[in-house]
Design a protein around this ligand. Structure first.
Ligand SMILES: Cc1cc2nc3c(=O)[nH]c(=O)nc-3n(C[C@H](O)[C@H](O)[C@H](O)COP(=O)(O)OP(=O)(O)OC[C@H]3O[C@@H](n4cnc5c(N)ncnc54)[C@H](O)[C@@H]3O)c2cc1C
Length: 207
């Protein structure tokens, strides 16, 4: 029977990096996974020439330069910037809520105008002790943002009405008073060109 220094359970980012670094230091590793592929949640699969992120979109992001340089040794990253949009009926909004969102919602241009608008909405709510997620969200950002940008998404995600969900699920809803649509605040972000598992077959055989 072969002897290993480490048995690593899980071939995701953590297990893979641990094995790579241990191996560099002369340790013998066995990486196992209950899934039939490597990479854990960041696994990408090429379908119709599109890199599909099987477990949801994954954007690598960090503010730590040494981590960014480290990860770039394994793949060339594209310049992807995560700037999601949300569709409410036939309207499209930037998320998380920022000045572009507020301009489209209310026609306001400056942070002060946007703050005043949200303040007006909050005054109109009259909710002291939120009894459910809907009330909590309205208390935090007002009715307009809740109705258009929180309600549908939350109910779809949880498979329940927002009035049937407990209020503690939402502690805060980030509101940004800049025109920056970038979801992450980190200095570096991107997706490997060709996906996270471009050479996965070759790699799997090698391991
Ligand atoms: C929908 C979604 C979107 C995300 N988007 C981002 C993003 O954009 N940017 C970002 O930085 N992070 C994102 N994350 C977080 C990111 O997925 C994780 O931080 C990262 O994948 C963690 O890597 P990991 O190796 O610790 O775990 P995982 O990737 O979860 O890998 C763990 C592996 O261990 C295996 N395993 C577990 N238990 C056992 C067992 N008992 N026996 C055998 N195998 C086992 C699993 O099958 C899995 O393959 C997102 C997460 C989700 C769910």
């Amino acid at each position: 029977m072969e002897k290993y220094d480490y048995l690593i359970v899980g071939a995701g980012l953590f297990g893979a990096i641990f094995a790579y670094e241990a191996n560099k230091r002369g340790k013998k590793c066995l990486v196992i996974d209950k899934r039939t592929h490597i990479a854990g949640n960041i696994y990408t699969e090429k379908i119709e020439d599109i890199n599909v992120h099987k477990y949801g979109a994954h954007i690598f992001h960090t503010s730590n330069k040494s981590i960014w340089e480290y990860i770039n040794q394994f793949a060339e990253f594209n310049r992807y910037t995560n700037s999601p949009i949300a569709r409410y009926k036939n309207e499209v909004y930037n998320m998380p809520f920022n000045m572009n969102t507020f301009n489209k919602l209310w026609g306001v241009f400056t942070p002060d105008e946007a703050k005043a608008k949200i303040e007006d909405e909050l005054k109109a709510t009259n909710i002291e002790e939120p009894q459910n997620l809907e009330e909590q969200a309205i208390k935090l950002v007002g009715k307009t943002i809740y109705e258009k940008l929180v309600k549908g998404y939350t109910e779809k995600q949880w498979g329940k009405k927002a009035t049937e969900l407990p209020s503690f699920i939402i502690k805060r809803l980030p509101v940004r008073f800049t025109y920056d649509n970038n979801y992450f605040n980190d200095l570096y972000q991107g997706i490997p060109i060709g996906g996270y598992t471009r050479n996965s077959r070759k790699d799997a055989r090698r391991n």
